[in-house]
Design a binder for this molecule. Structure first.
Ligand code: SAM
Length: 227
C-alpha cells in the first residue's frame, strides 16, 4: 500500500533545516489549524488514557497548546511532561505555555534527528500530532523505534496524522493537498497524507484507530500499546 506518495514518485519531504525555517516563521499561526485538528485530538484524548499517565513525551510539541491542555485538565498532578521540537520559535511559545507547571514540565529544542535525548523506558505516553506526516519514511520508522525505546512496556503510542480522504469531498481535498505538496512541500508546512497504520509493526498492539474528517481534511488517530 502506498503510504504517502503517488506510485513511482520519490517521497519529497522538507529537510530538517527547511522544516525548522518554516516553523520558525509560521510560529503561532500553527494554532489556526485547530479548526480541523481539534475534532481528531478529542478522539485521541478519549483513547490515550492521559488520566493515568506518569510521564509523557511529545515529539513536535509546536506551540504547546496540547501540552497546556493536558497539564491543566487531564494529567495527574504528579506526572511529568517533556516536549521536543526542532523550531526555536515553537520552543519559545511552548515554554510560555507550560511555564505554570515548570516544576514538572519542560520543553527542549532538538536538531530534528529521530534519535531522542531521552532514557530507555522513561515514559508511559509517546505523543505526536501532525508531525510524522512531515517526516521522511525513514525518519517515521526511526521515530517509532525511538518511541518504543523510550516507552516502558505497556506504554502508549498516541498519534494523529494527516491521512487520505474517505468520502468524495475529502478525496478531492486530499488530491488537491497532495498536488500542492508535490509542487512544493513548503506550501503545506511539509505535511502530506499518509497511512500511519502501515508503519505499526507487530511489536505494537493497536488499541484504537479511527479516521476523522473535518472540512474535507482527514486525520488518522492511532493509539497503540508497546508490547
Ligand atoms: C504541523 S506542526 C504540529 C505541531 C503540534 N504538534 C500540533 O499538533 O499543533 C509540526 C511541528 O513539528 C515540528 N517538527 C518538524 N520536524 C521536526 C523534527 N524532525 N523533530 C522535531 N520536531 C519537528 C515543527 O517545528 C512543528 O512544531
Amino acid at each position: 500500500m502506498d503510504v504517502a506518495k503517488p506510485r513511482g514518485q520519490p517521497d519529497r519531504v522538507l529537510s530538517h533545516e527547511e522544516a525548522r525555517a518554516f516553523y520558525d516563521r509560521f510560529g503561532p499561526k500553527q494554532d489556526l489549524q485547530r479548526i480541523y485538528e481539534d475534532p481528531a485530538i478529542e478522539v485521541l484524548l478519549q483513547y490515550a488514557g492521559f488520566e493515568t499517565a506518569c510521564a509523557v513525551v511529545e515529539l513536535g510539541c509546536g506551540t504547546g497548546r496540547l501540552a497546556a491542555r493536558l497539564l491543566e485538565e487531564l494529567l495527574p498532578e504528579d506526572s511529568k511532561y517533556v516536549g521536543l521540537d526542532i523550531s526555536g520559535t515553537m520552543i519559545d511559545l511552548a515554554q510560555g505555555r507550560v511555564a505554570p507547571w515548570a516544576d514538572r514540565a519542560r520543553v527542549q529544542r532538538t536538531e530534528g534527528s529521530p534519535t531522542l535525548p531521552l532514557s530507555d523506558g522513561a515514559f508511559d505516553r509517546f505523543l505526536s500530532t501532525y508531525v510524522l506526516d512531515l517526516l521522511s519514511e525513514e525518519d517515521i520508522r526511526a521515530a517509532l523505534r525511538e518511541a518504543r525505546r523510550v516507552l516502558a512496556p505497556g506504554g502508549r503510542l498516541c498519534l494523529a496524522s494527516l491521512t487520505f480522504g474517505q468520502t468524495l469531498p475529502s478525496k478531492l481535498a486530499c488530491r488537491a493537498w497532495t498536488a500542492i505538496h508535490s509542487l512544493s512541500p513548503r506550501l503545506v508546512g511539509g505535511c502530506r497524507p499518509l497511512h500511519l497504520e502501515v508503519f505499526i509493526g507487530s511489536d505494537w498492539q493497536i488499541l484504537h484507530r479511527e479516521v476523522i474528517c473535518t472540512l474535507g481534511i482527514c486525520t488518522e488517530v492511532l493509539v497503540a500499546r508497546r508490547r
